[in-house]
Structures are given as structure tokens and as C-alpha cells.
Write a protein that binds this ligand. Structure first.
Ligand code: MF3
Ligand code: CO
Length: 271
């Protein structure tokens, strides 16, 4: 069942999404080689609680941390741990909050040092594909239009692997609502988009093959070929002529730009 949000509810969801954006920008400020992903997770939990919200991933189906932190070949749902970040790592940070009863859920991939041009291009193209999907999140279109746009840019144009098993989703009073938002599919297929539908659109794109596996911990998803994977996620509300992006990359990109430990090139993409 698809739940449409009123304008008032969308404004509350914008607050939730923006708290995630602010938390991600705090992460962007602290990233450096030598930092453990557990230290990042600790800051995430504290920052969210200091802002009168709750980290929504913690205990979600038993998930044991505040955030999902996925380094290099980890696609999504990586456990924060005691491993230190190294020069050349890429790190996807995925954060969820509940604020005033409403969920925010979004993610960003950073490059610590220089991972090389092929991986920087994967980061750029994945971020671009998210915006190409968002462009299709307008009333009258269908879920398949979003899916097709993402697949077209990443798989057809650049030959990357589009993860099939994991998808974006509706968002609201629950973290995962209908409909599912795949990152591959046919134009004009799937549920019709109507105003007030809030979606978390989240391309998960592999440098190599699309195949993945889940580790014995039941969560950590890795690429089968061991090559890197990138994940970006925005929360958007379907509107008549232009999707309303509730989350905001600008504070994150500003922090990324001013942090000398992060690779810069990726900020030059279409908005
Ligand atoms: N952003 C992810 C999602 O939407 C993370 C949720 S997994 C969790 O599915 F268990 F950590 F919550
Ligand atoms: Co999500």
C-alpha cells in the first residue's frame, strides 16, 4: 500500500532528511586516514541524539549499529568496526533518523585520498545517475522511468554493474514503505507516481560485475568480484513538474571540499 504525504507531513520529513544531511556533513569533516569506522558510528549516534532524534537503523531487524559504513568492495550494510581508513579507500556512509515520528534516510560516498581515476569516475557517474533518477520522479511518470534512467546512465553508458537484489523504497513513518524503487527496469513500467509520494532513491553501482553476496554476519553485502561499489541516496517527494529533494548534499559537499583528506573532483556534477 502506497501512503501519500500531506504538505505538512512533507515539511516534517524535510526536517528529518536535513538532519541526516547535517550528520553526513559532520562525518565529512572528520574523515581521514587512520580513523576507524566505529569512531564515525559513535559520532553519528551522538549527533543524532543531540538533535532530539533517534538513529533508526539501530535495532532495525536486529541491525547492531547507528549507521551503515561500507568501505571499498562492501556495497551496503557494512558494520562499523575497528579497521582504520586508509589512503585510497572509498567509504559509503548511510544514515537514518526518526525525528518527530518521521524517517530520514540518505547516504553519500566519500573518497579518502585518491582511489584512482576509474573509481573516481564510478563515484561521479553513480551520483549523476541518482540525479537522473530524481529528474524522473514527477507525477504521471512511473517507478520504471526512475529505474530506467539510473540503469541507462550506469550500465548502458558506462558498463558498470547495477545491483539487482537491493532497491530504493518509499519512506515515511516507516523506514521501508511501498513502492520498491529498483535501479534497473523498463521505461513506463511499475506503479504510477503521484504528488506526495516520498521515495528514497539509492543507486548501488559496482565497478565490475553486478553480482553480490552477503557475509556470514547476515548484513555485510560485498561485490562478488571484490571490486569497489558506490552508493548514493536522496529522499525526494514527487511533485508535478520537478521532484522536491528533501535531503541536501550541499553541506556535505562543502565539508568535503574543505577537508584536505578527501578527494575533490567528484563535486563537479550536475545538480
Ligand atoms: N539505507 C538502507 C535502506 O534503506 C539502510 C537500512 S539497513 C539497516 O535500506 F538495517 F541498517 F537499517
Ligand atoms: Co534507504
Amino acid at each position: 500500500m502506497i501512503i501519500y504525504k500531506t504538505d505538512e507531513q512533507v515539511e516534517l520529513m524535510r526536517k528529518s532528511a536535513l538532519l541526516v544531511s547535517k550528520t553526513l556533513s559532520e562525518v565529512a569533516k572528520m574523515l581521514k586516514p587512520g580513523l576507524t569506522t566505529l569512531a564515525i558510528d559513535k559520532l553519528v549516534g551522538e549527533y543524532i541524539r543531540d538533535n532530539n532524534a533517534v538513529p533508526s537503523f539501530l535495532n532495525y531487524h536486529g541491525y547492531p549499529f547507528n549507521s551503515c559504513i561500507s568501505v571499498n568492495d562492501v556495497v551496503v550494510h557494512g558494520f562499523p568496526n575497528e579497521n582504520e581508513l586508509r589512503e585510497g579507500d572509498i567509504i559509503s556512509v548511510d544514515i537514518g533518523v526518526i525525528l518527530n515520528g518521521w524517517h530520514g534516510d540518505h547516504a553519500y560516498t566519500f573518497a579518502v585520498g585518491d582511489p584512482g581515476e576509474a573509481v573516481m569516475q564510478l563515484i561521479r557517474v553513480t551520483k549523476e545517475s541518482l540525479y537522473k533518477g530524481i529528474e524522473k520522479a514527477i507525477a504521471g511518470n512511473r517507478i520504471g522511468d526512475i529505474a530506467f534512467a539510473i540503469q541507462e546512465h550506469t550500465e548502458k553508458r558506462h558498463g558498470y554493474g547495477v545491483v539487482r537484489e537491493l532497491v530504493g523504497h518509499g519512506l515515511g513513518k516507516s523506514l521501508h514503505e511501498d513502492p520498491q524503487v529498483p535501479n534497473y527496469g523498463k521505461r513506463g513500467s511499475g506503479p504510477k507516481l503521484k504528488e506526495g509520494l516520498v521515495l528514497a532513491i539509492e543507486p548501488m553501482i559496482n565497478l565490475g560485475v553486478k553480482d553480490i553476496y552477503t557475509e556470514d554476519d547476515g548484513w555485510t553485502v560485498r561485490t562478488k568480484d571484490g571490486k569497489p561499489s558506490v552508493h548514493f541516496e536522496h529522499d525526494v517527494c514527487v511533485r508535478k513538474n520537478r521532484a522536491d529533494v528533501l535531503s541536501d548534499y550541499s553541506p556535505i559537499e562543502a565539508a568535503e571540499k574543505s577537508n584536505p583528506n578527501l578527494h575533490k573532483e567528484q563535486t563537479a556534477v550536475l545538480q
